[in-house]
Design a protein around this ligand. Structure first.
Ligand SMILES: Nc1ncnc2c1ncn2[C@@H]1O[C@H](COP(=O)(O)OP(=O)(O)OP(=O)(O)O)[C@@H](O)[C@H]1O
Length: 445
C-alpha cells in the first residue's frame, strides 16, 4: 500500500522526458448542446494533463461515459479541443491549420471498437486499406497497390483478400483489415479504442498478439482504451484512470494494480473478482451514479461518491458508520433532486395529487434508526429534513454542503507523486494533513 507520499506538486502530472511523444496539458473537450439543456455543454474531457512516452502502451480505463473515447478522438484531432494543448513531438496540434492537420494525420491514427460498422461494405478490402494512401496521394498508384498487398501480409491476411468485401470476413479478420488501414500511412501513434471488446474471446488474444508484434516491428506508440482490466494489466506499460472527464491516477501498470493510490482506482479494482479465495477483501460499493457531465461537482470530481471523502471541518470526529449513512442521505437527496422534474412531475400529471418516494421520516429511520446521532449532527439533520419534507431538495443539499461539506467538495485537488515520481494521483488525501486513502479504505473495508 502506498503509505508515503514522496512529493507534492501543484503541477499537472506531466514530466519532462526525452522519450515523450505526446504531452497533454489542461485539455478540455466539451460538447455544446442544443436548447434542451439551456446550452450547457457536456464536459466530456474536463482538464486532463499527462504524457505518453514513445514506444509505450498507455492504457486508459474508467466507467462507461467517463470520456475515454472523447479523449482518444481529441488526441488524433477527430474532435476539436475546447481548451488546453496536445503537443505532438513538441508541436501543439490543436492549433494546426487545415493543411497542416491533413499532413499531420499521417502520424496519428485510430482503430475503432466495432469492426462490423467501421468498414464500408461497398468497398473491396484493397480499396479500404488504400483509401488513406489515395487521400494523401502517397507515391504512385502501382506502389500503393503493392504496399496494400504487403500490409495484408503484415496483419496476417492473404493477398487474394484484396478483391473481397468486408461481409465475407469474420469479426477478427475485419479488425485485421481496420488495423492494416490504420498502418497504411506508417503512423507513429495509434489510439486503440476497445479494439478487441466486440470480438470473441478466442479471437481477442490473436488481435492483441498482432498489435504487440506490430508495435515491436514499427516502434508504434499506443493509447489503449479498454474496460477489461485484465487485458490492460497484460499489455499496458502504464495506465491512466479516468473519472468524469478527469484523470484521477496515472502510473506504471503493476503499481496501479498492486498499489493503487486514488480512492477511485481502489473502487474500480475492488470490482475485479479476487482469484485467490484465501484473500478476504470486501468490495467497495460505490453509492449513486456518476454525476451528469454537464454539471460536474465543484471540488474533486469524485467527491460525491468517494468512499474516502474527508470529514467536514465542523465534525472531524464523526463515527465511520454515521458518516457513511450521512453520505447515503446526500445521495438520496441528489437522486430525488434529479428525479424531481422527471418522474415526480410525470407521475403527478398522470395520477394527480402528490406522489412521493419514501417519506423523509422513513428514510431517516432506515439510515439513522440504529445510530447514535450526536446532538449537533441531529440539529443539522432536522434542518435538512425540514427542506426535504417540502420537496426542497436543492435547499436540503445546500444545508448538507454547508455543514457536512469538506475540502473535497470545495476545492479541486492537486496531482501528487505517490510511490514513485512517475505515479501521480489526484486526491486531497495525499496532502500531509490528511490520512492516506489506502489507510482509510483499509480501515473502512
Ligand atoms: N458527440 C457527442 N455529443 C454530445 N455528447 C457526447 C458526444 N459524444 C460523447 N458524448 C458524451 O460525452 C461523455 C463522454 O463520452 P465518451 O464516449 O467519451 O465516454 P467513454 O468513456 O468512451 O464511454 P464508453 O466506455 O461507453 O465508450 C458522455 O456523457 C457522452 O454521452
Amino acid at each position: 500500500m502506498s503509505e508515503h507520499v514522496q512529493a507534492t506538486d501543484s503541477e499537472a502530472p506531466t514530466q519532462e522526458r526525452e522519450d515523450t511523444i505526446i504531452e497533454v496539458d489542461g485539455l478540455k473537450t466539451h460538447y455544446e448542446s442544443g436548447g434542451l439543456f439551456g446550452g450547457v455543454p457536456v464536459k466530456a474531457v474536463d482538464g486532463v494533463s499527462f504524457d505518453i512516452y514513445r514506444g509505450e502502451t498507455l492504457g486508459l480505463v474508467g466507467e462507461s461515459g467517463c470520456g475515454k473515447t472523447t479523449l482518444g478522438r481529441t488526441l488524433v484531432q477527430l474532435e476539436d479541443a475546447t481548451a488546453g494543448e496536445v503537443r505532438f513531438d513538441g508541436t501543439d496540434i490543436t492549433t494546426l491549420s487545415r493543411d497542416e492537420l491533413h499532413e499531420w494525420r499521417r502520424d496519428a491514427q485510430m482503430v475503432f471498437q466495432d469492426p462490423e460498422s467501421s468498414l464500408n461494405d461497398r468497398m473491396t478490402i484493397g480499396e479500404i486499406i488504400q483509401e488513406p494512401l489515395d487521400v494523401h496521394e502517397w507515391k504512385s498508384p502501382r506502389e500503393r497497390r503493392r504496399h496494400v498487398k504487403s500490409l495484408l501480409d503484415t496483419v496476417g491476411l492473404r493477398k487474394e483478400h484484396y478483391y473481397r468485401y468486408p461481409h465475407q470476413f469474420s469479426g477478427g479478420q475485419r479488425q485485421r483489415i481496420g488495423i492494416a488501414r490504420t498502418l497504411a500511412l506508417e503512423p507513429d501513434f495509434i489510439v486503440l479504442d476497445e479494439p478487441v471488446s466486440a470480438l470473441d474471446v478466442s479471437v481477442q488474444a490473436e488481435i492483441i498478439n498482432l498489435l504487440d508484434d506490430l508495435q515491436d516491428e514499427f516502434g508504434l506508440t499506443y493509447l489503449f482504451i479498454a474496460h477489461d482490466l485484465s487485458v490492460v494489466r497484460h499489455i499496458c506499460d502504464r495506465v491512466a484512470v479516468m473519472y468524469l472527464g478527469n484523470i484521477m491516477e496515472v502510473g506504471p501498470t503493476e503499481e496501479i494494480f498492486e498499489n493503487p493510490s486514488n480512492p477511485y482506482t481502489h473502487s474500480l479494482l475492488s470490482a475485479i473478482p479476487e482469484p485467490d479465495p484465501t484473500i478476504d477483501r470486501e468490495r467497495i460499493i460505490l453509492h449513486g451514479t456518476p454525476p451528469n457531465p454537464r454539471y460536474p461537482p465543484s471540488g474533486c470530481p469524485f467527491s460525491t461518491r468517494c468512499p474516502a471523502r474527508i470529514r467536514p471541518d465542523g465534525f472531524p470526529d464523526l463515527d465511520d458508520e454515521l458518516w457513511a449513512e450521512l453520505n447515503k442521505l446526500r445521495e438520496i437527496l441528489r437522486e430525488r433532486k434529479r428525479a424531481e422534474r422527471s418522474i415526480r412531475e410525470r407521475l403527478r400529471e398522470r395520477f394527480g395529487g402528490e406522489t412521493r418516494f419514501a417519506t423523509v421520516e422513513e428514510t431517516y429511520e432506515e439510515l439513522f434508526g440504529d445510530q447514535e446521532v450526536p446532538k449537533d449532527v441531529e440539529v443539522v439533520l432536522n434542518r435538512i429534513a425540514d427542506h426535504a419534507e417540502d420537496n426542497e431538495e436543492a435547499e436540503a443539499l445546500a444545508v448538507f454542503s454547508e455543514e457536512f461539506g469538506s475540502v473535497c467538495e470545495s476545492e479541486p485537488p492537486e496531482y501528487h507523486s505517490t510511490s514513485t515520481s512517475d505515479h501521480k494521483s489526484y486526491c486531497h488525501r495525499h496532502e500531509s494533513t490528511y490520512r492516506d486513502p489506502a489507510q482509510v479504505l483499509n480501515e473502512r473495508y
